[in-house]
Design a protein around this ligand. Structure first.
Ligand code: TRP
Length: 517
């Protein structure tokens, strides 16, 4: 272990920090997952739970994560170590590892976005191709489905995975410095692309009607706990909370920064982006009477492209390309944030050089992403998601997204609220912030948020037990060779839990931290 001081890096400006943090927050989650959830949970019914989740959970936990990073000047594991010793550090690594799983498949999804981006220049909109891997003749499956599944059953996405990883490496290569330069260009561009899509959407005949659909509340669904579970998980994911990202990013800020205001700005930029993305998506779908889907990937790769494909001839290519370029930019500024958070945590611990740390993180990350891109067809009926990679992706996502983030949210509230004392962080934050936090902050962090998270998690586990641990969803239709996948739901949950816990345990038990400036 190196005993020399290593430079952790610092943001050049407050604007740079906000662009990077909001770039992390704004991602696929805002552009398509939000719309898919809104549709799934009754259109306008979703934005009320979401808004409440934003103010009661999202913003306070963002303040907590920013505060923690700035208070300690370290990434998540070392920050939590300073709060609660090795137990805290365990939670920090656990969060990073869980987020590592999410990043692996998030990058695989981005690799498919690259494939669709190329398709958007022409092939995606043409007559549908045969999809031989699934035994389908030409025209049997229409576009964009045919194009997508054709791509999925080839090895091309693995090449695209490599490309996305290379982009990530280039952007994080000098840490805050290179991230700041990239997000300064990418994040404003994302907003511009989004505005272009909205203008196109609402100027389509009947497009505005879709907006009414999105904003008409339906209070009856709010009695359903699933809506709240959806709203909480979506809020955490969308705001990049429970990953350890915001703590790492805030550790690169000078001590005298106004973190509370920064949290509010970042959160509002994020939810604002989700709402306006909803305008674009719902207007485009409504204009062509296309029914949205509750499946997030379905929305992204089939439903929205279908809407774009219905646009007047001269718009199709342009808006298709803009849509996938937007997804790619938004996804990259999110995925780099976790790569940076991991690099930051590992450097804090081992004092490795940036080069070495990035190399280790990206070799492991690339391997994981490549697994989710595996093209083997497990079920020619296109059921249970069709390819081995997509099947695994779906299973891992179920645990790391719906459970992992909320479990971390619970743990960090307990550690900071009770072990450190919420007042300590509040006083530190209030020293430099225009917005002063009151006692309500302590009450939220110590009681309300952990309790609500526990309820939602308890509800989900109960559902899991009733359904036989996600077992019933996975069917009998697999090819003989892949029949072992019937057990995959149970195997995957064990892998996820064991890998996160054992690795976090080993890391937290071993050694001390390197000295940084
Ligand atoms: N907030 C992002 C979104 O809404 C998700 C995200 C942030 C993410 N950082 C990430 C996903 C890192 C994977 C890896 O899409």
């Amino acid at each position: 272990m190196s005993q020399e001081l290593f430079p952790r890096g610092q943001w050049k400006s407050r604007v740079g920090f906000i662009l990077a943090a909001s770039g992390s927050a704004i991602g696929l989650g805002n552009i398509v997952f939000f719309s898919a959830n809104a549709y799934r949970f009754g259109g306008g019914a979703f934005y009320l739970p979401y808004l409440l989740a934003l103010f009661v959970f999202g913003i306070p936990v963002m303040i907590l994560e920013f505060g923690l990073g700035n208070f300690t000047g370290r990434a998540f594991p070392e920050s939590l170590h300073r709060v609660a010793g090795r137990k805290g550090e365990f939670v920090g690594w656990w969060a990073n590892l869980n987020a590592g799983f999410i990043t692996m498949y998030y990058i695989t999804i981005l690799s498919w976005v690259i494939g669709m981006f190329f398709g958007a220049f022409g092939a995606l909109w043409r007559e549908s191709l045969p999809v031989p891997a699934f035994g389908m003749a030409e025209g049997e499956l229409s576009n964009p489905y045919a194009y997508f599944f054709h791509m999925l059953s080839t090895w091309k996405p693995i090449l695209f995975v490599a490309i996305v990883w290379i982009f990530n490496i280039l952007i994080v290569r000098r840490g805050a410095e290179t991230i700041e330069s990239a997000t300064k260009v990418f994040v404003p561009l994302m907003w511009i692309f989004m505005v272009i899509l909205i203008i196109r959407g609402v100027t389509l005949d009947n497009g505005v009607q879709g907006v009414y659909l999105l904003f008409t509340p339906n209070f009856s669904v709010m009695k359903d706990p699933a809506v709240w579970q959806g709203a909480f998980a979506q809020t955490f994911f969308s705001l990049s909370l429970g990953f350890g990202i915001m703590t790492a990013y805030a550790s690169y800020l000078p001590k005298k920064s106004d973190l509370t205001t920064n949290s509010v700005i970042t959160s509002l930029l994020d939810s604002g982006f989700a709402y306006i993305a909803g305008l674009a998506v719902f207007s485009i779908l409504f204009a062509f009477a296309i029914v949205p889907q509750a499946s997030t990937l379905g929305m992204m790769f089939f439903i929205i492209p279908q809407g774009i494909g219905e646009m007047p001839q001269n718009s199709v290519t342009t808006f298709g390309v803009v849509f996938f370029a937007l997804l790619l930019l938004a996804g990259l500024t999110s995925s780099v944030s976790l790569v940076e958070a991991l690099v930051s945590s590992m450097r804090d611990k081992f004092g490795w050089s940036r080069k070495k740390t990035i190399a280790v993180a990206s070799v492991i990350g690339f391997t994981g992403s490549a697994i989710f891109a595996l093209p083997q067809v497990v079920n020619p009926g296109l059921e249970d998601n069709g390819t081995l990679g997509l099947t695994l992706l779906d299973l891992v996502d179920h645990w790391s997204f719906s459970y992992g983030l909320l479990i971390i949210g619970f743990c960090e509230c307990i550690l900071v609220g009770w072990v450190l004392g919420a007042d300590k962080i509040r006083i530190h934050l209030n020293e430099n912030s225009k917005i002063k936090l009151g006692l309500w902050f302590d009450i939220l962090i110590k009681y309300i948020i952990p309790l609500a998270l526990l309820l939602v998690l308890g509800y989900s586990v109960w559902g899991e037990v009733q359904n036989g641990i996600y077992g019933t969803a996975y069917g009998e239709n697999y090819n003989e060779k892949f029949s072992f996948l019937r057990f995959a739901p149970r195997i995957v949950v064990v892998y996820w839990l064991v890998i996160c816990s054992v690795v976090a345990f080993v890391l937290a038990r071993r050694g001390s931290f390197a000295k940084a400036e």
